[in-house]
Write a protein that binds this ligand. Structure first.
Ligand SMILES: [Zn+2]
Length: 413
């Protein structure tokens, strides 16, 4: 069986230095989910990794896998999560039908290839699959003209394997361009002030791309306020007032298409409190709220790092999100079903499992009950962490370790 070496030669043999963007429509009908190909486009340049092509760093709630035409060999794979899969847990989804946008970025294969999209549920069972074929000779795979966006690099690495993050502005008018660039600088400075990003500062590119909105601000449904903005973001996602998201994922990718990017951070021009972050999908954060700095780091922990929320509240409507008999794929929570696959390597045998909260001083990293929205049955690595508390100033040891491994996955051969 062919194993892919880590060097770029293998990448060059399989792929052109170009991107294949695959847009999907994810459709849910009273709990039954389907995924459909919407469109494929190709463009110059590939910002993603050129090694670890056939392996996943995290399982995510879905995967896109490209295989050779005979279906045998994995050429490239990537994992992600979607807002739709969160919606499936809402009461509205039980009787409702909705469609959602999703985009996968893949290296452009030189040969005819199979592309499989798989969505999984919280039990990790497959709930939808979409098979499609990419043929280099297909004249209907659109070529994207090279665009020159209004962009400014805020951090630029000398490494050619650096991780590329694009920052987009939501709800900034043309006259507010400087305000967006200021908020983008604050976001980058704040993210890079945390470990493990601080020690890996040479591995990151952050580029701000300005897209003017017709109106200033962001839609706030609970106030009856709806605005005409570049990406149609709004609060009250799933009727949770602080949950700020956009359903217009394709528009985010359209706006970013002129620069190399792997990860998307959207800054919203509002002083309301809130945000959202979805693994390998996007971060969206309110940029003029007093909690902007910790929230953008927290949400980037979700969207880049695949980290789970470590907070929980008694009686949280989402407290049954993680089944007790399934080990979650997120690296910073555990149900103890397979704790060896999590941060056990950070603990010595003297650490009690679970760790009593009274011992948090003695055990900065332990196994504390409560996390992933549930007070019982889900455990987190530390009493406090950026993934739990906006007032706490660092990630816990397990989150730092998980993020470091992910950075290495993207940047090391
Ligand atoms: Zn943590």
């Amino acid at each position: 069986m062919l194993k892919f070496s880590a060097d770029g030669n293998e990448f060059s043999r399989l792929f052109a230095d170009s991107t294949l963007r695959v847009d999907y429509a994810l459709c849910a009908d009273r709990g039954k989910v389907n995924a459909y190909l919407h469109e494929m486009k190709k463009s110059e340049g590939w910002a993603g990794r050129r090694h670890n092509l056939d392996s996943l760093a995290l399982k995510g709630n879905g995967q896109v896998t490209m295989r050779s035409a005979d279906g045998g060999e994995v050429l490239y794979t990537q994992s992600f999560s979607t807002l739709m899969q969160e919606w499936l847990s809402t009461a509205e989804a039980k009787d409702g039908c909705r469609s959602w946008e999703m985009t996968a970025l893949l290296p452009l294969p030189r040969e005819k290839s199979m592309i499989e999209l798989t969505l999984t549920d919280m039990r990790h069972d497959t709930i939808a699959r979409c098979m499609t074929v990419y043929d280099p000779a297909d004249i209907l795979v659109a070529g994207c003209p090279k665009t020159v966006p209004d962009s400014v690099y805020l951090l630029r690495s000398k490494r050619n394997d650096a991780i590329d993050v694009v920052l987009l502005g939501e709800g900034y008018t043309q006259a507010e361009r400087d305000s967006f660039l200021h908020h983008a600088s604050v976001a980058v400075d704040e993210i890079m002030s945390y470990e493990p990003w601080l020690q890996s500062a040479d591995k990151w590119n952050f580029v701000a791309v300005f897209t003017p909105s017709r109106q200033s601000g962001v839609s706030v449904p609970i106030k009856g306020k709806w605005l005409d903005t570049a990406f149609g973001a709004h609060f009250s996602t799933f009727y949770s007032d602080r949950y700020l998201t956009t359903p217009h994922v394709w528009a985010l990718h359209d706006a970013a298409s002129g620069v190399p990017y792997e990860h998307i951070v959207v800054l919203a021009n509002t002083d309301e409190y809130g945000g959202g972050g979805i693994y390998n999908n996007y971060t969206l954060t309110a940029a003029r709220n007093e909690w902007f700095r910790p929230v953008v780091v927290h949400e980037f922990g979700h969207s880049f790092g695949g980290l789970a929320d470590e907070y929980f509240y008694e009686g949280d409507v989402m407290e049954d999100s993680y089944p007790a008999d399934i080990e979650p794929w997120e690296p910073n929570i555990t149900t103890l079903v397979d704790f060896d696959s999590k941060w056990r390597y950070l603990l010595d045998d003297s650490v009690p499992v679970p760790t009593p909260p009274a011992k948090m001083g003695k055990y900065p990293v332990g196994v504390y009950e409560g996390g992933g929205y549930s007070a019982k049955g889900v455990y987190r690595p530390a009493f406090e962490c950026r993934m739990r508390n906006n007032s706490y100033s660092t990630f816990c040891g397990a989150c730092v370790s998980a993020l470091s491994r992910l950075i290495d996955f993207y940047t090391k051969d």
